[in-house]
Design a protein. Structure first.
Length: 250
């Protein structure tokens, strides 16, 4: 019931009252924009640094896992060498008790095969160690880089927090004031205001006439259109930029 009453009151307002409400809302929103401009690119810079640190931490985690896997692979190959040595000793001891050349040659081939296995294990160990060294170097650089980025992030956060704390009260008051003004503007007009503001340079949806020109795009306003704006009998938008136009004495 209250909502219906609010809409009714809003629709009963004169065009001049609607224009004044829009202009007042624009002034408040411009003040909020100034505060947010003061923060500049800091919120984006903080977000970018947070994303970068998160990516670097994931990279460190992956590198540590890869180094652990390489260590396990090296240990596995070392165990393979030990097993080959044991088998070689076993086959060599068996050779002393063979009954014919055929058994001796068979054991000799087994010994040769185990020696090849040992060489292959040693080769793989060298490859794994080279790969691990490269990953450890990358890990060291990444650890250094992540510390730098964390320090940058901490400094940027402090800088942003200081600005926010200095302006938070003002911004909260302005936002509350904007909400109060919005309550007196009908929904369709408010939606149009927000759409124009979103697409307009510097967030200006409502502009005054300055030197017979639109205060947003600076295109000349025809004399008759200027008179219509001054009469405040209807809401008029700039035919060039689409902003809502009001006279400077409103």
């Amino acid at each position: 019931m209250a909502k219906t009453e609010t809409k009714k009151n809003s629709s009963e307002k004169s065009v001049e009252e609607k224009l004044r409400a829009l202009f007042n809302l624009q002034k408040v929103m411009s003040e909020i924009d100034k505060i947010q401009t003061l923060r500049g690119e800091l919120p984006l810079e903080v977000q970018d640094l947070e994303d970068e640190v998160e990516g670097l931490e994931t990279r460190l985690k992956n590198l540590n896992a890869e180094i652990k896997n390489l260590n396990n692979a090296i240990q596995e190959k070392k165990n393979g060498i030990k097993e080959a040595d044991l088998l070689i000793k076993k086959y060599e001891s068996q050779q002393s008790g063979v009954r014919n050349n055929r058994e001796f040659e068979s054991l000799n081939k087994e010994i040769e095969y185990q020696n090849l296995e040992k060489e292959l294990c040693k080769k793989r160990i060298r490859e794994f160690e080279t790969e691990m060294k490269a990953k450890q170097e990358t890990l060291t650089k990444s650890e250094s880089l992540i510390e730098e980025r964390k320090m940058d992030l901490e400094n940027k956060r402090k800088e942003l927090d200081n600005i926010v704390s200095d302006t938070k009260d003002d911004e909260d008051k302005l936002k509350k004031k904007a909400k109060d003004i919005e309550k007196g503007i009908d929904e369709r007009l408010l939606t149009a205001f927000k759409r124009i503001r979103k697409n307009a340079r510097n967030g200006l949806a409502v502009v005054t006439i300055e030197r017979d020109a639109c205060g947003g795009c600076f295109n000349k306003i025809p004399p008759q259109r200027h008179l219509d704006i001054q009469s405040r009998k209807k809401i008029i938008v700039c035919e060039y930029c689409g902003r809502i136009l009001v006279d400077s004495e409103l």
